[in-house]
Design a protein around this ligand. Structure first.
Ligand code: HEM
Ligand SMILES: *[C@@H]1O[C@H](CO)[C@@H](O)[C@H](O)[C@H]1NC(C)=O
Length: 322
C-alpha cells in the first residue's frame, strides 16, 4: 500500500513537472548578469543610440531580427550564425535573404560586451536587450528584459523557411503560426504593431498593391509608383510599413489598418472583418493599451524555448559557434 502510494506520488510529481516545464520554462531573470556584467545594459544602450542616430530605421531592423530569432528554434541567436562549410543557416532563408539587417550593429555591441565581461553574455541576450532599446529609442515603451539565454551551436535554413510567417498569410494562418509558439491572438495583434516602424521591400507588398481589394485605392496607386508590377524589377524598392510615422513607435499602425492603409497583405488581414478586428480598434483608440500589451507580448516572445543552464554556449563571436 505504502509502495503503491509512493509510486502514485512519484507519478503525480512527474506529471506536474512535465506540465510545468514547457510553461514555466526558463528561469530567465532581468538580474541574471547583475553581478557578472554590470555594464551590459549601458553598453547595449550606447551601441543602439549610435546606430539609431546614424540611421533611425535600425531600431526597427533590430526588433525584426529578434522576432526572427525567437520564431526559429527559440530565442537562441541562431539567426546570427553565418553560413559556413558545415552549416547552412537562417540568413539566406526566403524571409531573411536580402531583407534581414542589423548584424553589424550586434557585432559591434558584442565586441564591447566581450571586452567588458569576457565569455559571459550570450548573443541571444544582447539581441533581446538591443531590440528593447530600438523600440524605446524610437519613442516606444521600455521594460526590464528577462535574461539568461544561451546561444545555439547550430541551426538550419529549413527551420527559418518553415517557422516564419509569410506576408501573404491569411488571418487564420497568422493566428495558428503564433499559437504554435505559445502566443495568442492578442499577442499576434500587439506584436504586429512592431510594423509601426521600419520598411518593406516592393517584393513583399507587390501583390498587395496590385491585386488586393481591401486597400485604399489612392494608397495602392501611390505605392505602385515605387513598385513595378513585374518583378524582379524594383524588388528592393522600399516603402514605410507605417505610411505616416515609420520612425516613431506609436499606435498609428492600427489607425492605418482602419483606413485600409496596411502595406502588407498580412497587416490588413488583422482588420478585415475577422476575429481580431476589435483588438485593432482598441489599440487604435488607446495607445497606452497597445504599449502595455506590446511589452507583455515581447516578454512572452522572448521566452520561446530559450537554451539555459548547461545547454548551448556563450558564443565568442555571434556569427559562428565556438
Ligand atoms: C505577423 C506576422 C508577420 C509577418 C507576416 C511579417 C512580415 C514582414 C515583412 C514581409 C517585412 C518586410 C521585409 C522586407 O520586405 O524586406 C517585415 C518587416 C518588419 N517586421 Fe514583420 N512580420 C510579422 C510580424 C512581426 C513581428 C512580430 C515583429 C516584431 C515584434 C515585426 C517587426 C518588423 C519590423 C520592425 C520590420 C521592418 C524592418 C526594417 O525596416 O528593417 N514583424 N515584416
Ligand atoms: C495579380 O493576380 C493575377 C491573377 O491571379 C496574377 O496573374 C498576377 O501575377 C498578380 N500580380 C501581382 C503583382 O501579384
Amino acid at each position: 500500500m505504502a509502495a503503491m502510494r509512493r509510486v502514485l506520488v512519484a507519478a503525480v510529481a512527474l506529471a506536474t513537472a512535465s506540465l510545468l516545464v514547457p510553461a514555466a520554462v526558463a528561469q530567465l531573470s532581468p538580474s541574471f548578469y547583475g553581478a557578472s556584467c554590470t555594464s551590459l545594459e549601458s553598453i547595449v544602450r550606447s551601441g543602439m543610440v549610435s546606430a539609431v542616430q546614424s540611421e533611425p530605421r535600425m531600431g526597427a531592423s533590430i526588433l525584426r531580427l529578434f522576432f526572427h530569432d525567437c520564431f526559429v528554434n527559440g530565442c537562441d541567436a541562431s539567426v546570427l550564425l553565418d553560413d559556413s562549410s558545415t552549416l547552412t543557416g537562417e540568413k539566406n532563408a526566403g524571409p531573411n535573404a536580402n531583407s534581414l539587417r542589423g548584424y553589424e550593429v550586434i557585432d559591434a555591441i558584442k565586441s564591447r560586451v566581450e571586452a567588458a565581461c569576457p565569455g559571459t553574455v550570450s548573443c541571444a541576450d544582447i539581441l533581446a536587450v538591443a531590440a528593447r532599446d530600438g523600440v524605446n529609442l524610437l519613442g516606444g515603451p521600455t521594460w526590464a528584459v528577462p535574461l539568461g539565454r544561451r546561444d545555439a551551436r547550430t541551426t538550419t535554413q529549413q527551420a527559418a523557411n518553415a517557422n516564419l510567417p509569410s506576408p501573404s498569410s491569411a488571418i487564420g494562418t497568422l493566428i495558428s503560426s503564433f499559437a504554435s509558439k505559445g502566443l495568442d491572438s492578442q499577442d499576434l495583434v500587439a506584436l504586429s504593431g512592431g510594423h509601426t516602424i521600419g520598411a518593406a521591400r516592393c517584393a513583399s507588398f507587390r501583390s498587395r498593391v496590385y491585386n488586393d481589394s481591401n486597400i485604399l485605392a489612392g494608397f495602392a496607386q501611390r505605392r505602385r509608383q515605387v513598385c513595378p508590377a513585374q518583378g524582379p524589377n524594383g524588388d528592393g524598392n522600399l516603402a514605410p510599413l507605417d505610411a505616416f510615422s515609420s520612425v516613431k513607435f506609436d499606435n498609428g499602425y492600427f489607425r492605418n489598418l482602419q483606413g485600409r492603409f496596411g502595406l502588407l497583405h498580412s497587416d490588413q488581414e488583422l482588420f478585415n472583418g475577422g476575429p481580431v478586428d476589435s483588438i485593432v480598434q482598441r489599440y487604435a483608440r488607446d495607445g497606452g493599451a497597445f504599449a502595455g500589451d506590446f511589452v507583455n507580448a515581447m516578454i512572452k516572445m522572448g521566452n520561446i524555448s530559450p537554451l539555459t543552464g548547461a545547454n548551448g554556449e556563450i558564443r565568442a563571436n555571434c556569427r559562428k559557434p565556438n
